[in-house]
Structure formats: structure tokens, C-alpha cells
Ligand binder design. Structure first.
Ligand code: HEM
Length: 524
């Protein structure tokens, strides 16, 4: 009897301890302990897991949902399974976030590169080891080679390849899927500009399909524990691209004259540090990822936004005619040569540039991530509200909150209206341009301001000018295009795609007086 009683009371004690422990754990998980100066907590609707669940299921719409729940708060703390993430919503705080040196994007970038691409563990260690100085030189090479003379060279190369592709088109073109058609043209031109004409994507166009397939599944690589199981086809496609880039590297194709200074500089650096050909190819894959994944969807929406508005097409044609001239001499093949002078396009084509920005404002919904490297105070202005951010925590902001907020963009915030970006156009009424800092951040800002923005812009503007002048473009029935709905991009991307089932057929007809021409880019 005594033994039974002892056992029973021990079992009761153990059960009580377990239940107590579990309750304590639940309490700890659902209640983050904050300093009073940290941004206030925004509790999830489902305790503990609610925010994580929403983030996974809603992707970028998670941020607009929490912003609504936060009822105008400019900063809040999101408890996540016992941890926490800060979120800032106001342009002032986003500006402060982007500019702060103690809020770093570097750890996020390193982690992303290591997860998405097949760089060896030793390679990653070497890259991030501050004593080697490699990471800083890698970044410097990126910014240096997308500027000045090198920028001119890569811009010329990308437009030359795009123009070659346009020149080869017949006078009438029927396109089955505008997204795929534009995607492929720009993918070939971008890879050619970066890696030279003798690059694996042009030699094996199925690698372009592979690239975009992998891009659509990258979230499995970034967040999932086992992408080879959850996204096996993407896993294999990524490896096919990697193998093709190893071959490109082994065959020393990067030494060709038409390879960009950007990739030659990157290669030399990795080679100097003794990286294997496999690691070099994986870094090249990461570089291509950065160059393509935003630029090409941006062009797609720019294209449909413009061609769905005939009066805009009319005004743009007038404007861009000013940067185009016919060469007096006929070429040897009998074609007329049209030169496009792309110098100072921002000054000479304000509407083209305004439409580009308005397009990015309406389609870019990406998130910014920073790691708090040391306890940091950010403020919403001189003498304004201050917030304490604790070391080791992640801080996020989202274009989805800033870019279409009625508060910053007026009651018609959801509409595509390029005149918003033309100073003095007055369409915003009380919210007259120029744009308030921090409300429009398609290329980020501060230390991590996108180094590829000039390259991407020129590729997009040049291609658009040539299309505007060379072709009339309608849907398959000859009607004005309509803008298809966009998918919500995953967390590894910031711009959606046309929804499945949208009619993306196009008809292109060469305009009178614009047949038998060949385009040539001029940079001065
Ligand atoms: C329309 C096209 C593009 C858009 C919208 C875009 C957007 C962005 C944004 C928002 C960031 C900052 C991320 C952050 O602060 O968290 C960024 C960074 C970056 N972008 Fe772009 N980008 C574009 C084109 C390109 C191109 C063409 C390249 C390369 C050739 C490129 C290379 C990079 C790199 C390397 C970074 C990281 C910079 C750093 O860590 O300091 N981007 N981009």
C-alpha cells in the first residue's frame, strides 16, 4: 500500500511539474519581455504562432495586415514563437533604419547567399571572415563596376543585344505569353551583357526557364529545412545552372573581351582568394540572381502599364522621338540605321522616367531586413519619438506599406499615374510632388542602396523606347492591353507575376516608316 501511495504521489508530482513547466513555457512564448523604450507589442490573433503563420501564408500581405491592426502605430514589436521582430512603418523611421550603420543588411545577405547557392562551407567562412577583407572588396567591386565607364559599357552591351533581338523580329509578331516573351528577351540580353555572348544561357535557352523556375521556388531554399525534398525540381534546375556556370568558368569564357568589368572583377577577386571553380560558379549564380530577379518583372509591368494607356503611349512617343535620329548613310545590308542617344535620359525623357518610377511604386512590395548589431536608438525626427532596438533582433520594413499608403499618396494611391513623379504636376493636390523621403524606396537606400539601379533603369528605358517607336502593340484581338492581376510574390521576391490564366497574348505590328531599320545605341 505504502509503495502504491508513494508511486501515485510521485506520478502526481511529476505530472504537476510537467503541466506547470508547459504552462510556464507557453507563457514565456506568448509574452515577450520588453524594455519600455522598445516599440510596443502587437499581439498575434492566435497566441505564439499567429504572426509566423500569417507571414508564411500571407507573404508580404502580412505587413499590410499588421499595419492595419496596429492602427497607425509607426513602430511595433511582433512576438514570434518566443522571439521577436521589430517592424517600422513610417517613412521617417524607414529612413532612419536605412541610414543607420548599426542596423546591418550584411548578415541577412550572407545567410541568403549561403542558403540559396551551392557555395561550400569553407567558401562561406572565407567570404565572411572580416580579417580577409574579401566581403568589403566584393561589395566595392559591385558598386565600382556599375558606375562610370564600366556602367556605360554594360549599358551599351545590354541595349545592343536587346536591339539585335528586336531587329530580327518580322513586321508582324503574334506572342502567346507576353511575360515569357519579354522575360526571355531581357534574360538573354542581361546575361550577355554580364557574361559575354558566349554564355551558357544563350547556348542553352532552357537554362533561362530553369533560372525562372528556381526563382519561383527560392523561398524553399531560404526558409525550408530540406529544399531537395520540398522543391526537388527546383533543386535539380539550380544544380543544372551551377554545372553550366562551372563549365563556363573552367573553359575560361570569362576572359573574353565582351565580358563585363563586373564579372571580370568578381572573378579575379575570388580567384585571388583561392576559391574553387565550383564556388566561383556559385557566386556567379548569386550575381545573376541579383541582376535578373527584380529587373525583368519590373519591365514586364512597366510594359503593360504603358501599353494599357494609349494617351500615355502617344505622349511618350513624342517625348522619346527627341533622343532618336536616323543616320544619313544606308548600311551595307540596305537597312536604315536609327541611333538612340541614351545620355541624360532622365532630363530628356521626364515622362518615360516618371512612368518607370510610378510603375515601381505600384508593383514593388518587397521587405527590408536588418539585424540590430548593437543596442540602437532610432527616432522619427529631430526631438521626436525615439525607440530602443535591442542587439541581435531583426528589424523589418515593407514597400507594401509605404508605396501605396493613402496617407502618403492620396486617395488615388492605388492608381497608376506617372505624373505623380513629375515635379509640379499637381495631380496629388495636397500631396504635391516631389516625393516625401522614405515613402518611395524601390532601390532601398543608405549603405545598401541598390548598385544595379542605373544598369536596370537603362536596360528598361532603352528597350521601352525601341518598342514604343518600332511597334504598335495590342492584345490578340487588336484591342488596347489590359493590366493583368498580379500574384503576391513570395518572401524571396518583391514583385508579383501575372496571375495564372490571364490572357497574355500580344500582337505587334511594325509602324509605318519603322520597318527595315536597325537600332544602334549611342551614349553621348
Ligand atoms: C529594377 C531592378 C532592381 C530593383 C527594383 C532592385 C532593388 C534592390 C533593393 C530594394 C535593394 C536593397 C535591399 C535592402 O536594402 O534591403 C537592392 C540591393 C542590391 N541590388 Fe538591386 N535591384 C534591381 C536591379 C539590380 C541589378 C540589375 C543588380 C546587379 C547587376 C542589382 C544588385 C544588387 C545588389 C548586389 C544589392 C545589395 C547591395 C548591398 O548589399 O550593399 N540590383 N536592390
Amino acid at each position: 500500500m505504502a509503495i502504491v501511495e508513494t508511486l501515485t504521489s510521485n506520478a502526481t508530482a511529476i505530472a504537476t511539474a510537467l503541466v506547470g513547466g508547459a504552462l510556464l513555457l507557453l507563457w514565456r512564448l506568448s509574452n515577450v519581455q520588453l524594455d519600455a523604450r522598445e516599440p510596443p507589442v502587437l499581439k498575434p490573433t492566435i497566441p505564439i504562432i499567429g504572426h509566423v503563420l500569417d507571414m508564411v501564408t500571407l507573404s508580404h500581405a502580412f505587413f499590410t495586415k499588421t499595419y492595419k491592426q496596429a492602427e497607425g502605430k509607426e513602430a511595433y514589436t511582433l512576438p514570434m514563437m518566443g522571439g521577436k521582430v521589430y517592424f517600422v512603418a513610417s517613412p521617417e523611421l524607414v529612413n532612419a533604419m536605412i541610414k543607420s550603420r548599426s542596423l546591418s543588411f550584411d548578415p541577412v545577405l550572407r545567410d541568403t547567399i549561403a542558403k540559396l547557392f551551392t557555395i561550400s562551407k569553407a567558401g562561406v567562412r572565407k567570404y565572411v571572415d572580416p580579417s580577409t577583407g574579401l566581403e568589403a572588396r566584393w561589395t566595392k567591386n559591385f558598386y565600382g563596376c556599375l558606375n562610370g565607364v564600366e556602367l556605360k559599357e554594360i549599358n551599351k552591351a545590354v541595349l545592343t543585344d536587346l536591339f539585335r533581338q528586336l531587329d530580327e523580329l518580322p513586321d508582324e509578331v503574334n506572342v502567346e505569353d507576353s511575360w515569357l516573351w519579354l522575360r526571355d528577351k531581357l534574360s538573354f540580353a542581361s546575361t550577355t551583357a554580364m557574361l559575354g555572348r558566349d554564355n551558357p544561357f544563350c547556348a542553352h535557352p532552357s537554362l533561362v526557364d530553369d533560372y525562372w523556375y528556381v526563382d519561383s521556388k527560392l523561398v524553399h531554399f531560404a526558409l525550408g529545412p530540406a529544399p531537395w525534398m520540398t522543391a526537388p525540381s527546383a533543386w535539380m534546375a539550380r544544380n543544372r545552372i551551377h554545372r553550366a556556370l562551372i563549365k563556363y568558368t573552367k573553359e575560361k569564357k570569362h576572359e573574353a573581351d565582351d565580358v563585363s568589368a563586373l564579372w571580370r572583377g568578381s572573378y579575379d577577386l575570388l580567384h585571388e582568394f583561392g576559391f574553387s571553380e565550383s564556388d566561383i560558379a556559385a557566386f556567379l549564380q548569386a550575381t545573376l540572381q541579383a541582376a535578373l530577379f527584380n529587373t525583368i518583372p519590373t519591365f514586364n509591368w512597366y510594359f503593360v502599364h504603358i501599353w494599357s494607356d494609349p494617351s500615355l503611349v502617344f505622349r511618350l512617343r513624342e517625348e522619346v522621338s527627341g533622343v532618336v535620329a536616323e543616320s544619313p548613310e544606308r548600311r551595307g545590308d540596305g537597312k536604315r540605321e536609327m541611333t538612340m542617344n541614351v545620355a541624360k535620359l532622365e532630363e530628356r525623357c521626364p515622362l518615360l522616367v516618371a512612368a518607370f518610377h510610378e510603375n515601381l511604386r505600384t508593383v514593388a512590395v518587397g521587405a527590408f531586413n536588418r539585424v540590430v548589431m548593437e543596442d540602437t536608438i532610432i527616432s522619427n525626427g529631430k526631438g521626436g519619438q525615439e525607440y530602443l532596438l535591442k542587439k541581435g533582433t531583426t528589424l523589418m520594413a515593407s514597400q507594401s506599406v509605404l508605396h501605396v499608403s493613402k496617407e502618403h499618396w492620396g486617395s488615388q494611391a492605388g492608381n497608376f499615374d506617372p505624373t505623380r513623379f513629375i515635379k509640379g504636376a499637381g495631380v496629388l493636390g495636397e500631396l504635391e510632388s516631389p516625393i516625401k523621403p522614405g515613402t518611395y524606396v524601390p532601390f532601398g537606400g543608405g549603405k545598401h542602396l541598390c548598385p544595379g539601379r542605373h544598369f536596370a533603369s537603362m536596360e528598361i528605358w532603352g528597350m521601352m523606347i525601341a518598342l514604343l517607336l518600332s511597334f504598335d502593340i495590342t492584345d490578340a484581338e487588336g484591342r488596347t492591353l489590359t493590366v493583368p492581376e498580379r500574384t503576391m510574390p513570395t518572401m524571396t521576391s518583391g514583385i508579383g507575376r501575372p496571375v495564372a490564366g490571364a490572357d497574355l497574348r500580344l500582337k505587334l505590328s511594325r509602324r509605318k516608316d519603322w520597318n527595315n531599320i536597325t537600332w544602334k545605341v549611342v551614349m553621348a
